[in-house]
Every structure is written in structure tokens, then in C-alpha cells.
Design a protein around this ligand. Structure first.
Ligand SMILES: Nc1ncnc2c1ncn2[C@@H]1O[C@H](COP(=O)(O)OP(=O)(O)OP(=O)(O)O)[C@@H](O)[C@H]1O
Ligand SMILES: [Mg+2]
Length: 229
């Protein structure tokens, strides 16, 4: 991380080293923060790389702000440094990813009743996000956090680097298809749980019928591709 950026932070701790970004935890001007740093990739042409990295950083910030303006939970953006492609975000303290949460529920109990309220909540939040024409682009259960809270389910969306703005039902359908694939492969035997997610999405979104129709088409295309390939 650039020297200047690291000076704004204290007590840096590497949370996650990914292929595209490093995520650190620390404090930013006294507040609990995470920093997402998109670093240069040696295998890409430097000019193209900088362009792509800049675009992802900008998209991430734009979509977070758009969600927050619409009342959809996403981390507060504290600061953006385009020189080092770093985003300084509110640390959702004490949160767990939806992925880890589901895994621990599946391990602890045999019946999965507890997963239904969560699935319904996810469906509602995604419906609102899509009604704002935000396409997440990388919906997985790792990119959703559950804020620790007494009884209320408090879902926070993160990781908007591949997001974009679109009103097209097709883009929304593909967004849900990506989640469906990730959800069912990460969490076995959750077909019914995912179905309830889609049901609550449909009930909550004003424009869901065209989206679900597209989702069905995309599924069919996926299956045909499997049969041919
Ligand atoms: N604002 C935040 N508050 C708390 N934890 C966070 C926050 N942002 C990210 N994390 C943690 O860091 C992980 C990685 O963050 P993020 O998904 O944004 O980066 P990524 O490199 O794109 O990850 P991936 O490759 O899994 O998509 C998250 O799964 C989550 O556990
Ligand atoms: Mg992620």
C-alpha cells in the first residue's frame, strides 16, 4: 500500500488477500475501518490495468452510494484514494458473512428452519437494489454481511466492484442466476431455501415478473450449454 495511504491508517491487519484486491482492517481517523486496495496486476498491460482498476474502484463507490441513498444497507464510504485505488469503508464490526452464518447453522442443526427468514430478507434487499437499477455483478453469500443485532436481521451488501447500473430485466435475471449458482454450490440441499428467497424477491419487487422470466431463460440456456458442451 502506498506510503501516504498507510499513514492515514493505524493498526493495519490484512483481512483478505484476493486475486484483485487486498482487504485490511484498521482505524481511519479514529473510526473502525476496512480498506480495500486494488493493486496492479503484472500480467496485464499497465495502462489497461490502471483503467480497469480505476473503473472497478469507481463502480464500487458509486453503487454503494446509490444503495445507501435508497436506504439499502452498505458500508459508509469514508474516503476514496484514486492514486492508490483504495477505498476506506466503515467496518461492519462484529459481522459475519452470510456464507459463514449459513454454514454454521447447517452444521449445528439438522433442520434448516432458521434459514428461511434470512433467505426472505435477502430476497427483499435484492428486490430493492434491483428496483434502484443496481446490478451487483458478483452476488454470493460471501458478499453479504450480517450485522450482529439482537433479533433483527440486518443484511449489509458489499463487494460492488463488478456492479453497474441497468434497468434491463435480463441483467437482473443474470444477477439472480449468478447468486443461485453460488448459493446452491456453497450450501448443499438449500433448493427450498433459495426458492423462498426468490419468492420474497418477487413479492417485494415492482418489476419482478419480467426478471424471473429472464432468470428462467438464463437457466435454460445454461442447461442447453451443458448438454451441447
Ligand atoms: N465493510 C466491511 N466490514 C466488515 N468486513 C468486511 C467489509 N468489507 C469486506 N469485509 C470482509 O472482507 C471480505 C472480502 O471483502 P470483499 O468481498 O469486498 O473483497 P474481495 O477481494 O472482492 O473478495 P472476494 O474475492 O471474496 O469477492 C468479505 O468477505 C468480508 O469478510
Ligand atoms: Mg467478495
Amino acid at each position: 500500500m502506498a506510503e501516504e495511504s498507510s499513514r492515514r491508517l493505524s493498526g493495519l491487519e490484512l483481512l483478505k488477500q484476493g486475486a484483485e484486491a487486498r482487504v485490511y482492517r484498521g482505524r481511519f481517523l479514529g473510526r473502525a475501518a476496512v480498506v480495500k486496495e486494488r493493486f496492479p496486476k503484472g500480467y496485464r498491460h499497465p495502462v489497461l490495468d490502471e483503467k480497469l482498476t480505476h473503473r472497478r474502484t469507481a463502480q464500487e463507490v458509486r453503487s454503494i452510494l446509490r444503495c445507501r441513498r435508497a436506504g439499502i444497507s452498505a458500508p459508509v464510504v469514508y474516503f476514496v484514494d484514486y492514486a492508490s485505488n483504495c477505498i476506506y469503508l466503515e467496518d461492519i464490526v462484529g459481522s459475519a458473512t452470510v456464507r459463514d452464518h449459513i454454514i454454521s447453522i447447517q452444521q449445528a442443526e439438522r433442520d434448516m428452519e432458521k434459514l428461511y427468514p434470512l433467505a426472505e430478507k435477502i430476497g427483499q434487499v435484492l428486490a430493492r437494489m434491483h428496483d434502484e437499477d443496481v446490478i451487483h455483478g458478483d452476488l454470493t453469500t460471501s458478499n453479504m454481511l450480517l450485522r450482529s443485532s439482537a433479533e433483527e436481521l440486518n443484511l449489509v451488501l458489499i463487494d460492488f466492484g463488478l456492479s453497474f447500473i441497468s434497468a434491463l430485466p435480463e441483467d437482473k435475471g443474470v444477477d439472480l442466476y449468478v447468486l443461485e449458482k453460488a448459493f446452491l454450490s456453497t450450501h448443499p440441499n438449500t433448493e427450498k431455501v433459495f426458492a423462498s428467497l426468490l419468492k420474497s424477491y418477487s413479492a417485494a419487487s415492482k418489476k419482478s415478473s419480467a426478471v424471473i422470466k429472464k432468470l428462467d431463460e438464463v437457466r435454460l440456456r445454461g442447461r442447453k450449454r451443458l448438454m451441447i458442451g
